[in-house]
Design a protein around this ligand. Structure first.
Ligand SMILES: Cc1cc2nc3c(=O)[nH]c(=O)nc-3n(C[C@H](O)[C@H](O)[C@H](O)COP(=O)(O)OP(=O)(O)OC[C@H]3O[C@@H](n4cnc5c(N)ncnc54)[C@H](O)[C@@H]3O)c2cc1C
Length: 475
């Protein structure tokens, strides 16, 4: 339906043939990736039911979705043909495309520098920002595609400052029996509590940064707002949130914040990857444009990391997240208020709605994959229609990328090799909170600047996920 006809739109429930037609289209549109995500869906939604009952509940849900909920939701929803796979953010021109070769074709990489940062997404850019503010010497930022061509240019644009205390504690409690079987339940409770406290303190520090400033002062357009409230989508989640707020108050952790930012543009252009070689007191970083010797290396490669450091295979896993952009959307949905539940998230923009959902685990060689799922787009549209009431939409962008997930779903920030090579990764789909302050933390560490220890080693060192037995947990 052309969006101009929106004002004349009136909802008419589909008849039985219409429903069967939608279900049939959904079924023949299913690909391996949707089937692959069934397991994680069941785990997320029916964890308490056990495998068999969980599967039966899933089948019931799938049949109802295909024959009732999705056909109802798709009335007045149209899909562009062909569908663009370029993200909402990457649709504009990239001001740093092919930098610096676009303007200096004969430019060469330096043979030596102080720090090499690998990866020019949010994290790599934040490293460069903090480094330049502190006049740290020469830093080289390497990118194998284009700046922001990974998750940073293909996300939903919600500046997530981190998860809330009760949630972090619960997740750690669920995970600790795996990594710390030696502890009894009271000790696990205390450790989970300490971890959650450290994480939430760091998240609040992250929220204190005015993320718009670094961009605005350099003349980039920024659309960022701190709105400052959070609301549960259901009664249960509202209760949980209330409980977390009470608990946070008791611990003196008093804030909740929410905001939204716009990422810079970029395009996909796969070139050679880099390789890091430890040569003793330096690193040789080999690229397809020559080798750079550096005293320090920062890996800002997130879900791509295992291709560079195989010890992360199976430990820092790319999970595909899907997103789509639709013109139109519910009038009742407010701009600058991001909404998310266990299976989907969405936010209103002046020209439409960005919607997304995640959950397809990929092999490390598939990091950055662009293979959005129409089934998932339909599912999120159904959620939106259910929450806000029915509205027509025209979907004309569907994209995907990968976020880097650790087993416990918390980030790693710190030294990778006990020498001078660092990593900032494992944002697990809520990266914006960590990349900026995590980069500050690492840059200060390299420069020996006494700063706030927002990412203490005992909680955030990569050994937590690489080798939990050898990790130096807090007493
Ligand atoms: C669809 C989607 C929606 C999301 N929505 C949100 C959201 O709403 N809010 C939120 O907070 N987070 C969201 N996230 C997560 C967030 O986007 C990421 O956590 C964040 O972008 C990570 O930034 P990064 O710089 O660490 O990684 P990336 O942006 O992935 O950057 C890594 C860069 O490293 C480069 N690279 C990798 N290996 C090499 C190599 N060997 N040599 C040279 N370069 C290399 C890659 O090309 C890439 O550009 C979403 C993620 C996805 C995929």
């Amino acid at each position: 339906m052309p969006m101009d006809d929106r004002s004349t739109f009136s909802y008419k429930s589909p008849n039985v043939f219409g429903r069967i037609a939608v279900a049939w289209k959904l079924i023949i549109g299913l690909r391996g990736q949707e089937l692959q995500s069934v397991g994680s869906w069941i785990e997320r939604n029916y964890a308490q039911s056990g495998r068999v009952v969980g599967f039966i509940r899933f089948v019931g849900w799938a049949v109802k979705s295909m024959l009732v909920d999705i056909p109802n939701a798709l009335v007045g929803v149209t899909f562009a043909k062909p569908m663009s796979k370029v993200s909402y953010w990457l649709a504009a021109d990239n001001p740093v495309k092919n930098h610096p070769w676009a303007s200096q074709p004969n430019a060469r990489l330096p043979e030596a520098c102080e720090v090499v940062v690998i990866g020019a997404g949010f994290t790599g850019a934040a490293c460069a920002y903090h480094w330049s503010k502190r006049n740290g010497g020469q830093m080289v930022l390497l990118e194998m595609n284009e700046a922001a061509s990974g998750a940073s240019g293909r996300n939903e644009g919600v500046v997530v400052m981190g998860r809330f205390h009760a949630y972090v504690k619960k997740m750690m409690l669920d995970d600790l029996p795996r990594v710390r079987p030696d502890l009894d339940s009271a000790q696990r409770e205390r450790l989970a509590e300490k971890f959650a406290e450290a994480y939430v303190r760091a998240a609040y520090k992250n929220a204190d940064y005015d993320l718009s400033r670094p961009f605005a002062t350099r003349g980039f357009g920024v659309d960022y707002a701190r709105v400052g409230w959070v609301q549960g989508q259901t009664d249960d989640s509202q209760d949980y949130l209330d409980y977390s707020v009470r608990e946070s108050y008791e611990k003196g952790l008093r804030r909740l914040g929410l905001g939204r930012a716009e990422a810079g543009p970029g395009i996909d252009r796969h070139e050679g990857r880099v390789r890091v070689e430890d040569t003793g007191d330096r690193y040789a970083v080999h690229t397809n444009r020559g080798t750079i010797t550096a005293r320090y290396v920062i890996n800002a490669t997130e879900s791509y990391t295992a291709a560079l450091h195989p010890e992360f295979i199976g430990k820092l896993v790319p999970i595909q997240t899907n997103a789509a952009f639709a013109e139109g959307g519910p009038a009742a949905m407010k701009e600058h208020v991001a909404m998310g539940g266990p299976n989907s998230w969405f936010g209103k923009h002046p020209d439409g709605v960005i919607l997304g959902t995640g959950g397809i685990t990929l092999d490390y060689t598939q990091a950055g994959r662009i293979r959005p799922s129409r089934f998932l787009t339909n599912y999120i549209i159904t959620e939106i229609q259910h929450i806000f009431g029915h509205s027509p939409m025209h979907v004309f962008r569907e994209w995907s990328c990968t976020a880097g997930f650790t087993d416990d779903e918390y980030p790693i920030v710190g030294l990778l090799d006990g020498k001078n090579q660092y990593i900032i990764a494992g944002m697990c789909g809520s990266g914006s909170g960590v990349h900026f302050n995590g980069a500050r933390h690492v840059v200060d560490h390299i420069l020996g600047i006494e700063g706030p220890d927002d990412y203490p080693e005992q909680f955030f060192s990569p050994t937590r996920v690489l080798d939990p037995e050898a990790h130096l947990w807090p007493e």
